[in-house]
Design a protein around this ligand. Structure first.
Ligand SMILES: Cc1ncc(COP(=O)(O)O)c(C=O)c1O
Length: 394
């Protein structure tokens, strides 16, 4: 309860009842009764907050919810973005002289950390294909501290051999860090497969409305959790209470949103695969997915909400498609209530050469779709409008 002071004499009104919604608590600082009570807090005899950068109630409420979804062995931490979570893990757990292995199709900024930032700080890095446990094993060195992978690659939707890599990491004493943003605990819970650290961009499916930027991270071991917490608090990777409050609200409908988007994604994938002008479709539960058998086991039969497809043709066809499919936001994010369409060659993967993109299977006609909650028939009609615009060029 807020204590009345000279400056803020109002305090809070008396109430014999309690709110059903988590109150938003933007307070940066918390007042204590006495120095002895403050000692109790700092020394762990009493629970409480001191300064919001070190932790605040809205972040903790949200963290406990994601902890439960991920079956986190230690309490997790909410931070200011998904990249703040990646940074807190890499810099909280590694030191100069260590080596890190990353999946070769990580999210673009995670790849940049691997290529530029970690080496600049004296942490050597290698990239390896996470669908091939042999390639990851070959990349390990005696000084390898951790392996960072995503379960499903972006935007080619290849499925990592999470179990194989978890076994390899356990045998070699290397930490396994899994970014579970794309798949979410609805499809896979990496701690149950042996991951040591799990993280999310909460910005995406968990919060779900493209109105907050947040991350979450949890570790299996208490000393790893403490190292990540200390780094995040010292470097100020703190989340805003309002963002946490909004994300907690978004999370309440997460299961429903995920299931609905997934059902529509499966329908859209099958529909696109049957259309002329579409060269190929990638969706984990389709029989033609290159990692279908692994997807079935790992994702427990789920396909999630992301679909990728390739149009016949090049940039001109891609331009015609986005013009024709103008009811769909052409925007490089994922996990929103609305469907979004992204074109890796002109956005997330524009820094690669056309040859490097081609090697990854990303031509100028390649699109990634994050399916939202629209009426499925209306959504399919919007895609058909895009395909019709491409066909009209001929
Ligand atoms: C798989 C994955 N990890 C991490 C991030 C970074 O998250 P944020 O944008 O919240 O920093 C993203 C963002 O798109 C992502 O797709």
């Amino acid at each position: 309860m807020m204590k009345p002071t000279l400056m803020r004499p109002g305090g809070l009104p008396e109430t014999a009842s309690t709110p059903v919604v988590t109150p938003l608590m933007p307070s940066v600082v918390y007042a204590s009764e006495t120095p002895d009570r403050l000692d109790d807090q700092y020394e762990g005899r009493a629970q409480g907050y001191t300064y919001a950068r070190e932790g605040h109630p809205n972040a903790d409420v949200l963290a406990r919810r994601v902890d439960a979804m991920e079956a986190a062995p230690q309490p997790g931490l909410v931070v200011g973005s998904g990249m703040a979570a990646v940074t807190a893990v890499l810099l909280g757990l590694c030191k100069a002289g260590d080596h890190v292995v990353g999946g070769d199709q990580l999210y673009g900024r995670s790849l940049r950390m691997m290529r530029d930032d970690l080496p600049r700080l004296g942490i050597a890095t290698s990239l390896a294909d996470p669908t091939d446990v042999g390639a990851v094993a070959a990349a390990l060195r005696p000084e390898t501290r951790l392996v960072l992978i995503e379960v499903v690659s972006n935007p080619t939707l290849r499925i990592a051999d999470v179990q194989g890599i978890a076994d390899l990491c356990r045998e070699t004493g290397v930490l396994l860090v899994v970014d579970n943003t794309f798949t979410t605990p609805r499809a896979v819970r990496p701690f149950e497969l042996g991951a040591d650290v799990v993280l999310h961009s909460v910005t995406k499916l968990l919060a779900g409305h493209s109105d907050v930027t947040l991350g979450w991270v949890a570790a299996r071991e208490a000393d790893h959790a403490k190292a990540i917490y200390d780094f995040a608090v010292t470097t100020g990777l703190t989340p805003s209470p309002f963002d946490c409050w909004l994300a907690e609200r978004g999370l309440m409908s997460f299961d429903l949103r995920f299931d609905r988007a997934e059902a529509t994604a499966a329908r859209l994938a099958d529909h696109l695969a049957a259309q002329p002008g579409v060269k190929r479709v990638l969706y984990p539960t389709r029989p033609d997915h290159p990692d279908r058998a692994r997807a079935q086991g790992l994702l427990q039969g789920r396909g999630c909400n992301m679909v990728s497809f390739e149009l016949e043709g090049g940039r001109a066809e891609a331009n015609a498609f986005t013009r024709g499919a103008d009811q769909i936001a052409f925007a490089p994010t994922l996990g929103d209530v609305g469907t979004t369409l992204s074109h890796p060659a002109s956005s997330s993967h524009r820094a690669l050469t056309p040859e490097a993109r081609e090697k990854l299977g990303m031509s100028e006609g390649f699109f990634r779709v994050s399916v939202g909650l629209e009426d499925p028939d209306a959504l399919i009609a919007a895609f058909d409008a895009g395909l019709a615009a491409v066909a009209a060029r001929k």
